[in-house]
Ligand binder design. Structure first.
Ligand code: NAD
Length: 731
C-alpha cells in the first residue's frame, strides 16, 4: 500500500494522487518521499506524459510532515546528527527541485513538463511546500480549507523549501505574516496573498489543472530566469533594507530572542536573498539543521503538538462510555460564570445560567451577546448564529430550571459557606447522575465536596481567565471523585475545544501552585533591592509572556494579599513568604492595586496603557548599588516554578509529566521554547539542575532545596522523559 499513486489519462496527463490509507488527512513520512520521487522520475521519462497534476484522494491535500517523525529526526540521523540531518534535507530539496525544473534544460530553460498542484482543501506545511515547487497551484473554492506554513508555531520553520520559495515568490514583506506568524488563509485569501494561483469550484479542480497543463504554459520560475529580482527588494535594496530591518526588530520584539526558530527563519530568508536559488536552499537546510539540533525544537513539538493532542484526545480519560454534556448549569454569572456560559453555548450545549438576581444573570448572558456582536462586526459569525447561541442560554434565578442538567459548574464567590449552600440547593433539583464541578481556584476540592451527598460525583473544573481566550482547563480529582466525573469533565473540555490536564487535589492544584512562587520570587527581589527593570526583562528574555511584577498588576495586588492571608492562616508557622508580604501589603496600603486601580508596580495613563515601571517603588525599596547578573535573576525565576512542578510530581498532584509541561505552557505561558518545566530540566540535565539548586539554596534560601526526586535523578543521570515519558508509562 503506497501513499502516492499515479495514473496517466488519455490526454497524456499523469495524475499523482496522494492518499494515505487509514488516515483522514495526508501526512508525509520518510518512507513516502522516495515513492513520490520515483513517480516524478517515471512521469518525466515517459514520452506519453505531457504534464503532471499532483492532487489528493481526500477532501484536503495534506496536513504536513508527520511531526512524530520531525521530533525524532535528530535521534535517527546517525552518529553525526547534524550532517545526517543536513544531507537528508538536501535530498528532499533535490526531489522538490526536480519537480520545479521538470526536465528543463539547465542553461536555456527550454523543455520540461508542466506540473500543477490541485488542492481540494487544507494544505499545510510540506502540504504547501510541494505545491510551491510546482508550476501552478489550483485550490478548490472550499472556504473551510486552511492554506499556509504553520511550522513556526511548533518551534521549527518551513524547511523543505517553503521559506526560500515563498519569500522569492511574494517578497520578504509579503511572505512575513505567513512565515513568521504561521498565518493560515482560506483559498480566496491565499490567492489574494499570492500563495495560490487559481481558486476554482471544487468540481472543476482537476479539469482546470489538467487544462492548464495541456495549454503549453510557460513553466520556468521567475527565480530561474536571468535578471530575477526579489519582489520588494533584496536586503541591500533601499526598500528591501527597510523590510529586513523592520522584520528583525519585530521578531526580536515578539520573541525577545528566546525562540531559536524565528531567528533562524529570518536568517535563512536574509542570507538566502543574497545568493542564487540553489545556494539559498543550502542555506535554508543549514538553518533548519541548526533548529532541529536545538533541543528546544523537539521539546516544543513534543509538548505543543504531540502531547497536547494526546491529552485532548483523552490520553488520561478513564475507559468508560461517552459522557458528552447535553445541558450544563452554570451557577454564578460573574466574570468566570459568564465566560463558561459563553464557551458552552458556542459548543452547542444548552446552558442554565444562574445568579442571585435576574439583573446579575442577565449581565452574565450579555457577555455572550457582546462577544457575538464583536464576531459579527469582524465577520467571524452571523446574526443567525448569534440567535442560535443566545437561544441556548437561559439566564435565571430559578434553581428549578436546572432540572435535567447532567453537569453543573459552580462559579460563585470564593467562600466555603456560599459554595456549600449552592451545592445543596443544586442537589435538591438535579437528578442522581448529575456531576457537580466547582471552579474554585484556591479552596481545597475535598473540603467543598463535604457539602455534597455524593462526593463520587464531585470534581474541580478550573478555568483560567479570560475563559474564552485561555486554552487550558485543569480538572481536579479529590480522593472520592469517581471515574464518571473525570470522564464527564474531560468530555466537556473536549466539547468546548480546550486542553485538559487532570491533577489531584492539593493547595492551589498545579498551575497556580507553580505561578505563585514565580511572582513571589520577583517581589522578593524588589525587597532585596534588585532593579525592577532587571527582574522584568530577565523574565521576558526567558520567553515568559509577563514579568512577575506585571503579572501581579494584571491579577491585582489585593488578590495577592487575599491569597497570602489565607495561605498564612492555613500554614501557620511554616509560612515562608513574610518578605514577599512586606512588599505586597505595602503596595496594598498605597492603594496601588495594579491595572484595576490604574497604578501598581507599573504606572498607567488615563486609558489604562502601561507607561513604565513606577519609580516611587524605590522610595520604600531602594535599588541596591550591587546588582545580580542576568543569569542569576533568570535562574531564580525559572527554578522557583520548575521546582514546584517537580514537587507536584513527587506529591502525586501531577500523575503525568506531559500534563505538567503542556499545562505550564498553556496555563501560565511558561517559556514555551523549553517545552515546559520537565522538558527544560531535561535540556539542562538533572545533574546540573541539582548542582545549581544547591548553589541557589546556599545563596538565597531553603526554597531552592533540591527535591529528593531530582537529587536521585541527578545521581543516576536520568531524564524526566526517559523515566516518566508515556513510553515508560505504557511499558
Ligand atoms: P465574580 O465575583 O465575578 O462572580 C461571582 C458571581 O457569583 C457573582 O455574580 C455573584 O452574584 C454570584 N453569586 C454569589 N453567590 C451566589 C449564589 N448563592 N447563587 C448564585 N450566584 C451567586 O467572581 P469570579 O471571578 O467569576 O469567580 C468565581 C469563582 O471562580 C471563584 O470560585 C473563583 O475562585 C473562581 N476563579 C476565578 C478566576 C479569576 O481569575 N477571577 C479564575 C479561576 C477561578
Amino acid at each position: 500500500m503506497t501513499d502516492f499513486k499515479m495514473k496517466t489519462d488519455a490526454d497524456g496527463v499523469a495524475i499523482i494522487t496522494w492518499d494515505v490509507q487509514g488516515k483522514s488527512m495526508n501526512v508525509m513520512t520518510l518512507e513516502a518521499w522516495p515513492v513520490l520521487d520515483g513517480l516524478i522520475d517515471d512521469a518525466l521519462a515517459d514520452d506519453a506524459v505531457k504534464g503532471i497534476v499532483i492532487t489528493s484522494g481526500k477532501d484536503s491535500f495534506a496536513g504536513g510532515m508527520d511531526l512524530n517523525v520531525i521530533a525524532k529526526m535528530k535521534e535517527s540521523a546517525g552518529d553525526n546528527p547534524a550532517k545526517g540531518l543536513f544531507d537528508g534535507l538536501m535530498e528532499s530539496h533535490a526531489i522538490l527541485r526536480k519537480i520545479e525544473r521538470a526536465g528543463m534544460d539547465a542553461k536555456t530553460n527550454k523543455g520540461g513538463k508542466p506540473i500543477a498542484a490541485a488542492l481540494p482543501g487544507t494544505a499545510l506545511g510540506i502540504g504547501l511546500e510541494i505545491p510551491l515547487a510546482c508550476h501552478r497551484i489550483f485550490a478548490a473554492d472550499n472556504p473551510k480549507a486552511k492554506i499556509g506554513l504553520p511550522e513556526i508555531m511548533v518551534g521549527i520553520f518551513p524547511g523543505m523549501g517553503g521559506t526560500t520559495r515563498l519569500s522569492r515568490k511574494l517578497g520578504a514583506m509579503g511572505a512575513s505574516p505567513l512565515l513568521l506568524e504561521g498565518k493560515l488563509n482560506d483559498p480566496k485569501k491565499a490567492k489574494a496573498a499570492g500563495v495560490v494561483d487559481e481558486v476554482v469550484p471544487a468540481d472543476e479542480l482537476l479539469s482546470a489543472a489538467k487544462a492548464w497543463v495541456l495549454s503549453e504554459p510557460k513553466i520556468v520560475k521567475p527565480w530561474d530566469e536571468k535578471g530575477y529580482k526579489m519582489p520588494g527588494g533584496a536586503p541591500y535594496h533601499p526598500a528591501g533594507f527597510m523590510t529586513f530591518v523592520g522584520a528583525s526588530a519585530m521578531v526580536n520584539g515578539k520573541t525577545q530572542g528566546a525562540f531559536p526558530a524565528a531567528k533562524a527563519l529570518l536568517s535563512a530568508v536574509y542570507e538566502g536573498a543574497l545568493v542564487p536559488f540553489d545556494t539559498a536552499l543550502k542555506i535554508e537546510a543549514r538553518w533548519f539543521t541548526n533548529v532541529l539540533m536545538n533541543p528546544s525544537s523537539s521539546a516544543m513539538i513534543r509538548s505543543l503538538f504531540i502531547n497536547k493532542e494526546a491529552l485532548e484526545k483523552g490520553a488520561n480519560r478513564p475507559a468508560i462510555a461517552d459522557q458528552k454534556v447535553q445541558k450544563v448549569g452554570v451557577i454564578g454569572a460573574g466574570m468566570m460564570g459568564a465566560g463558561i456560559a459563553l464557551v458552552s453555548a458556542l459548543a452547542g450545549i444548552q446552558v442554565v445560567l444562574i445568579d442571585n438576581t435576574q439583573e446579575a444573570a442577565d449581565k452574565g448572558k450579555a457577555y455572550t451577546t457582546a462577544h457575538l456582536d464583536k464576531g459579527i462586526a469582524r465577520k467571524k459569525t452571523t446574526p443567525e448564529k448569534k440567535e442560535t447561541v443566545l437561544g441556548l442560554i437561559n439566564a435565571t434565578t430559578d434553581y428549578a430550571a436546572l432540572a435535567g442538567c447532567d453537569l453543573i459548574v459552580e462559579a460563585v464567590f470564593e467562600d466555603v459557606g456560599v459554595k456549600a449552600e449552592v451545592t445543596q440547593k443544586v442537589q435538591a433539583v438535579v437528578g442522581p447522575d448529575c456531576i457537580f464541578a466547582t471552579n474554585t481556584s484556591t479552596l481545597p476540592i475535598t473540603e467543598l465536596a463535604k457539602a455534597s451527598n455524593d462526593p463520587e460525583k464531585f470534581i474541580g473544573i478550573h478555568f483560567f481567565s479570560p475563559v474564552d481566550k485561555m486554552l487550558l482547563v485543569e480538572i481536579i480529582k479529590c480522593k472520592e471523585t469517581g471515574d464518571v466525573a473525570v470522564a464527564k469533565a474531560l468530555d466537556f473540555v473536549r466539547q468546548i475545544r480546550k486542553t485538559p490536564i487532570v491533577v489531584n487535589d492539593e493547595r492551589f492544584f498545579y498551575a497556580n501552585r507553580c505561578i505563585i512562587p514565580y511572582i513571589n520570587e520577583g517581589i522578593r527581589m524588589v525587597k532585596e533591592g534588585v532593579e525592577p527593570a532587571l527582574i522584568e526583562n530577565a523574565a521576558k528574555l526567558l520567553g515568559m509572556p509577563l514579568g512577575p511584577l506585571q503579572l501581579v498588576d494584571e491579577t491585582s495586588v489585593d488578590l495577592g494579599v487575599k491569597i497570602a492571608k489565607a495561605t498564612k492562616a492555613a500554614m501557620g508557622d511554616d509560612y515562608p513568604d513574610g518578605e514577599v508580604d512586606d512588599v505586597l501589603f505595602w503596595m496594598f496600603d498605597q492603594n496601588r492595586l495594579g491595572r484595576k486601580s490604574n497604578s501598581g508596580f507599573y504606572d498607567y495613563d488615563a486609558k489604562g496603557k502601561r507607561t513604565g515601571l513606577w519609580e516611587g517603588l524605590a522610595t520604600q525599596y531602594p535599588v541596591a548599588d550591587d546588582q545580580p547578573d542576568l543569569t542569576t535573576v533568570q535562574h531564580r525565576l525559572m527554578f522557583a516554578q520548575v521546582l514546584e512542578a517537580v514537587r507536584a510530581l513527587e506529591e502525586n498532584v501531577l500523575e503525568d509529566i506531559r500534563e505538567g509541561d503542556v499545562g505550564a505552557i498553556l496555563g501560565w505561558g511558561f517559556a514555551p521554547w523549553s517545552g515546559g518545566p520537565f522538558s527544560w530540566l531535561d535540556i539542562i540535565g538533572a545533574p546540573y539542575a541539582a548542582e545549581r539548586c544547591d548553589q541557589l539554596t546556599e545563596e538565597f534560601g531553603a526554597r531552592f532545596t533540591t527535591p529528593a526526586l531530582l537529587r536521585e535523578m541527578a545521581d543516576k543521570s536520568q531524564a524526566f522523559y526517559k523515566r516518566f515519558g508515556q513510553d515508560t508509562k505504557a511499558a
